[in-house]
Design a protein around this ligand. Structure first.
Ligand code: G4P
Length: 528
């Protein structure tokens, strides 16, 4: 197959949702339809379950699963589909944000009873900012939930989306009869008894036909006609270009657990979802069909075995062909590197591959040379953007609890930060180290992993920080900037890349600082 054909047949996407909406179930059903797995239950949920096991054992279990499910690839009707897994737990939201830099589109799963939940709002906001094409899947239609129109309203209001229903439910919960597929113009019947069967599809090109009354009953048929008329009146018709530009979001209804509505979703997805898209680098826009290889690291996974400290770096291929044993430029280190055993991912296994294409993810063995965000090329100096750090929510000093192991501690902290487990800030005043995280759980992870993987012990001390703000260096020659640095020294730190960060202790002090030093620009992400 030619290079261009290989690119054009790839669809790389992520599924995002609030925990429990059905992400794992939907992923599994997509793999079943793709023939990549034979039975339900094969894809393990990677969410952190509170309960019998202590948190860090749970984290280890989850890490094991998330290696296996990081990339799930399968073929469907000649299309190569790569699903990038995103962690469900909110404390690992940064991981998800980073994974979103490597997808070309997303599917948003919403629970029909719960509607739009907090985690979905945050993740969709990131996708919206980046104009990532989104398809919404409203799940659990076999249960009582919100009225379809109310839910569509909620999706528009809370998520700021412009929805276009491509399917519409006929009843719900106990009375759920199926869906009318506006995309294919047919009715899919939900089969009653076991509620486990795959749907029966009936071609009903004319909603007015009497046949519909016989199939779903007169009352539901009348309601459906009215509702579809309303849908056609309220919502614009589907426009692929608008969807691809992130301006319009098609919506499907179904029940992942019952295999219902999943085939429609998949068929439409392979039809409309974007093939690998061009990506902005600091230097220029790079097209997937350029002959020369380039890609970037969006995730690093440490080996679970403490005796083998090597890690797996996940690289999204942006352009050209990635070839085994070819020399590539590690742009940040300005060094040539070769990979003798790059991994490609299939349903649930990884295998060594000789060649991979734009859209694909390769897993590279790493002995500590990669950081999240690093770019690899065939020689050109390119730096891919889009793996920003957000201000953490929690801040704590990290102290060495075993003075004989300070080297191990520093190395451990260094490597865990490269993996993106948390962010490190070093105070300008006294060089003390501060760890910033999205969730409190990360402190346990760090302590546990430092001890088990690096033989180092640490303690934490609370630190009152409201927000980390990255200081733009562009005015650093001005008197105002110099005064800011002098007066605020106590609150200044360097992040891991050496960028200056202002650690504001309250929203009031942040406001006052901004008023007093209007020309010192403060940013809420590390990316300007
Ligand atoms: P997540 O990855 O988004 O966190 O959600 P997951 O797929 O694990 O689904 C969360 C729960 O919702 C699971 O039940 C799952 O079986 C259920 N579920 C998913 N899709 C549907 C659906 O279409 N209809 C109904 N009724 N339930 C659905 P659980 O009891 O938490 O887990 P399990 O014991 O079934 O694995």
């Amino acid at each position: 197959m030619s290079f261009l054909k290989e690119i054009n047949r790839r669809r790389t996407f992520g599924i995002i949702s609030h925990p429990d909406a059905g992400k794992t179930t939907l992923t599994e059903k997509l793999l079943l339809f793709g023939g990549a797995i034979q039975e339900a239950g094969a894809v393990k949920s990677n969410k952190i379950k509170k309960g019998a096991t202590s948190d860090f054992m749970e984290i280890e279990r989850q890490r094991g699963i998330s290696v296996a499910t990081s990339v799930l690839a399968f073929e469907y009707n000649g299309i190569k589909i790569n699903i990038l897994d995103t962690p469900g737990h909110k404390d690992f939201a940064e991981d998800t944000f980073r994974t979103l830099t490597a997808v070309d589109s997303v599917i948003v799963v919403i629970d029909v009873a719960k509607g739009v939940e907090e985690q979905t709002e945050k993740l969709v906001e990131v996708c919206r900012m980046r104009n990532i094409p989104m398809i919404v899947f409203i799940n659990k239609m076999d249960r009582e939930g919100k009225d379809a129109f109310d839910l569509l309203d909620e999706v528009e209001q809370k998520l700021g989306l412009n929805v276009v229903p491509l399917s519409f439910p006929i009843g719900m919960g106990y009375d759920f009869k199926g869906i009318y597929n506006l995309w294919e113009k047919n009715v899919n019947l939900f089969s009653g008894d076991s509620r486990k069967n795959i749907e029966e599809t009936l071609e009903i090109s004319d909603l007015q036909s009497a046949e519909l009354n016989t199939i779903i009953g007169q009352k539901p048929a009348e309601t459906l006609r009215e509702e579809i008329e309303l849908v056609n009146g309220i919502y614009p018709s589907f426009n692929k270009e608008e969807y691809l530009d992130g301006k319009q979001q098609p919506v499907f209804f179904g029940s992942a657990l019952n295999n219902f509505g999943v085939r429609e979703l998949l068929d439409c997805f392979v039809n409309i979802a974007p093939k690998p898209r061009p990506k902005e680098s600091e230097e220029r826009l790079v097209n997937p069909n350029e002959q020369k290889f380039s890609g970037f690291v969006f995730k690093i996974h440490a080996n679970m075995d403490p005796n083998h400290r090597n890690r797996l770096a996940f690289v999204k291929i942006v352009s050209g062909e990635f070839k085994r044993n070819a020399p590539y430029l590690h742009v940040r280190n300005n060094k040539k590197v070769k990979f003798s055993s790059p991994n490609a991912f299939f349903a649930e296994k990884k295998e060594i591959v000789d060649i991979s294409y734009p859209g694909d993810i390769v897993g590279l063995q790493d002995t500590g040379t990669f950081k999240i965000g690093d770019t690899l090329t065939e020689g050109e100096v390119l730096n891919y953007r889009g793996v920003p750090s957000f201000s953490p929510e929690h801040f704590r000093y990290i102290n060495n609890a075993d003075p004989l192991k300070s080297k191990q501690l520093n190395k451990g902290i260094d490597q865990l930060m490269d993996e993106g487990v948390a962010q490190l800030f070093t105070l300008e005043l006294n060089g003390r180290k501060v760890i910033g995280t999205v969730g409190a759980l990360q402190y346990e992870v760090i302590q546990y992993r430092l001890e088990h993987e690096y033989g180092a012990k640490c303690t934490y001390e609370n630190l009152n920080v409201y927000k980390a703000c990255w200081v733009d260096p562009k005015n650093n020659k001005t008197e105002e900037y110099k005064e800011f640095v002098r007066v605020k020294q106590r609150f200044l730190a360097k992040d891991k890349r050496g960028q200056l960060v202002f650690l504001a202790d309250s929203s009031f002090s942040l406001q006052m600082t901004q008023q007093k030093y209007p020309n010192v620009e403060l940013h809420f992400t590390s990316e300007r």
